[in-house]
Ligand binder design. Structure first.
Ligand SMILES: Nc1ncnc2c1ncn2[C@@H]1O[C@H](COP(=O)(O)OP(=O)(O)O)[C@@H](O)[C@H]1O
Ligand SMILES: [Mg+2]
Length: 251
């Protein structure tokens, strides 16, 4: 029987990079399943394979072994064009460095994914405005990236990620370039999106950021080390104190 709430399923995913005569085994047999409206944080040291995994999940890259399904559709056997279509329809990406086009204002940056999927001008404008309103940036629509603060730039990037109403929001170290207070604002925004039903997968190496998620997956050397509800991960005790879980659940 198929379970319709399963959004993505990775089975035995491997990814190796060849650099000269060296081979880097970045992912070594990843098994992961994420359901609709989950909020997952992926943690791990630098080099543990987090970004490689996000790129595979986001269909920016392919595994060289294993199977990856989105909503039951096998991506591993798809052509490049079909994979690009899945990516446009299903995935919204947010990066640490925002990746906005400097010459375009916020509105046009947010419209870009819709241009790639051939949405007409008026609909594009309307959806881009709505996405900017959702992230609280309606007043900055006509500003170019260099006229925005770091937090505002990341909000534009979140609006761009959401504009095509993707199944999954993928964020790779979204607060990595932001100060603590601005990071908190972005995490509040993610919480709101999650409450509205958005599935979120977030990469971070910071415990306080990870604790916003409901589930924490830890990676090490290209493998999953642990995968537990956030309250059972050591990050939770670190941020909320050792007895926080007991107190909150009344145990
Ligand atoms: N494009 C690439 N070419 C070669 N090696 C890479 C490439 N991208 C990542 N790697 C290597 O793969 C491993 C995992 O990298 P990455 O997924 O970026 O880790 P993380 O995001 O956890 O820091 C590292 O050893 C890294 O050096
Ligand atoms: Mg990374």
């Amino acid at each position: 029987m198929t379970d319709n709430s399963v959004l993505i399923r990775l089975q035995n995913i491997h990814r190796t990079y060849k650099v000269g005569s060296d081979t880097v085994h970045a992912l070594r047999g990843i098994h992961l399943q994420v359901r609709q409206n989950e909020y997952v944080a992926i943690m791990g040291h630098s080099g543990s394979g987090k970004s490689t995994l996000m790129n595979v999940i986001g269909c920016l890259d392919r595994a060289d072994q294993g199977t990856y399904e989105i909503r039951g559709i096998k991506t591993t056997v798809m052509s490049g064009a079909a994979l690009a279509r899945i990516r446009n329809e299903q995935i919204g990406f947010v990066f640490q460095s925002y990746e906005l086009l400097p010459r375009l204002n916020a509105l046009k940056n947010v419209e870009l994914p819709l241009i790639y999927s051939n949405v007409g001008f008026l609909t594009r404008r309307k959806l881009a405005r709505e996405a900017l309103e959702r992230v609280g940036l309606a007043a900055r629509m006509h500003h170019r990236p260099n006229q925005l603060s770091g937090g505002e730039k990341q909000r534009v990037a979140v609006a761009r990620a959401l504009v095509a109403k993707p199944s999954i929001l993928l964020a790779d170290e979204p607060t990595g370039n932001l100060d603590t207070q601005t990071s908190a604002g972005i995490m509040d925004l993610f919480e709101k999106l999650y409450e509205q039903g958005q599935t979120i997968i977030l990469v971070t190496h910071e415990a306080d950021i990870a604790c916003h998620a409901r589930r924490i997956v830890r990676m090490q050397d290209g493998q999953i080390l642990s995968d537990v509800p956030a309250r059972q991960d050591p990050a939770w005790a670190l941020i909320h104190g050792p007895s926080a879980e007991a107190k909150e659940t009344g145990v």
